[in-house]
Design a protein around this ligand. Structure first.
Ligand SMILES: [Zn+2]
Length: 284
């Protein structure tokens, strides 16, 4: 019953997402640790200088984007834009619309019909073969994420105790004609993370007791439920998709590009986050 979550992006581009939401961000910012390790989880949060001048509210997500850093090698695909914001919001619309029926299909109870306060969002470089390990990027463990994600490497990271969702920065990808299109793997990452967010914020784990592996399995099952039947990719595979070395191949299609042997693999340690608060989208 699940349907493929992509749809033509809304073309009438009254700037939906550039509406400014005044917000005092200070509540979300912790003073960075004054020096020596260990890091605290608050080091993961964006510093004042890293925040968008104005956060961008995504109505279907009911979340605001407060930080977005692009990747210079993939500028068009990784910079904030109307099309990119629309893809995030459309992904939320589709995922949120199916999550209750998904929970029913899994026979999982939840305590609330509406989620409690939803996280703020950061979009950061994630590809560790480009700038994903750069200072303050998604896989910068030593100076940013060590306290919440001691492993490496991730495309997404939801930290419940910070009420913050960290995501890769590439909602878009160039199709064979060079036109920017939805990036299926970004949608996969966001859908996976939405399962973590909604299951926590709807009280699923309050009802049945938290279990990390069950949470991860649920997120992957939700990805499948939403019609995406391809695995998370490595950074090397991500580069191949972005650079058009192999077709970026819409999900659900059985193409050689998605066959494991079709792309060179660079081993990336798929560490397990080992704090109770980190819910991740591991890279392969
Ligand atoms: Zn996960």
């Amino acid at each position: 019953m699940s349907r493929f979550p992509f749809r033509a992006l809304i073309t009438s581009r009254v700037p939906r997402f550039l509406a400014i939401v005044p917000l005092a961000l200070t509540a979300f910012v912790a003073t960075p640790s004054s020096g020596g390790p260990p890091l605290s989880r608050f080091d993961a949060l964006p510093q004042p200088s890293e925040q968008l001048e104005q956060p961008v509210w995504l109505p279907h997500c009911a979340m605001k984007v407060v930080e977005w850093r692009s990747t210079s090698a993939l500028r068009a695909e990784s910079a904030p834009s109307e099309q990119a914001y629309a893809l995030l919001d459309d992904t939320c619309r589709d995922a949120y619309g199916q999550f209750a029926s998904f929970l029913r299909s899994k026979k999982l109870p939840h305590l609330r019909d509406r989620p409690t306060s939803l996280p703020a969002v950061s979009l950061l470089p994630g590809n560790v073969l480009l700038d994903g390990k750069a200072l303050r990027a998604l896989n910068d463990l030593p100076s940013r994420f060590e306290a919440v994600a001691p492993g490496c490497c991730y495309w997404g990271l939801y930290v419940d105790s910070l009420n913050h969702l960290f995501l890769r920065n590439d909602p878009l990808i160039k199709d064979p004609d060079g036109t920017l299109a939805p990036n299926p793997r970004f949608v996969r990452t966001l859908t996976h993370e939405i399962s973590h967010v909604l299951s926590a914020r709807l009280g699923v784990w309050d009802a049945v007791g938290y279990d990390r592996q069950r949470d991860e399995d649920l997120a992957e099952d939700f990805v499948s439920y939403m019609g995406m039947h391809f695995p998370a990719e490595s950074s090397a595979e991500d580069l191949d998709f972005h650079r058009g070395r192999v077709p970026y191949a819409p999900p659900g299609t059985d193409t050689p590009a998605l066959a494991p042997a079709a792309v060179a693999k660079v081993p990336v340690a798929a560490g397990q986050a080992n704090t109770p608060n980190a819910n991740t989208s591991p890279q392969r």
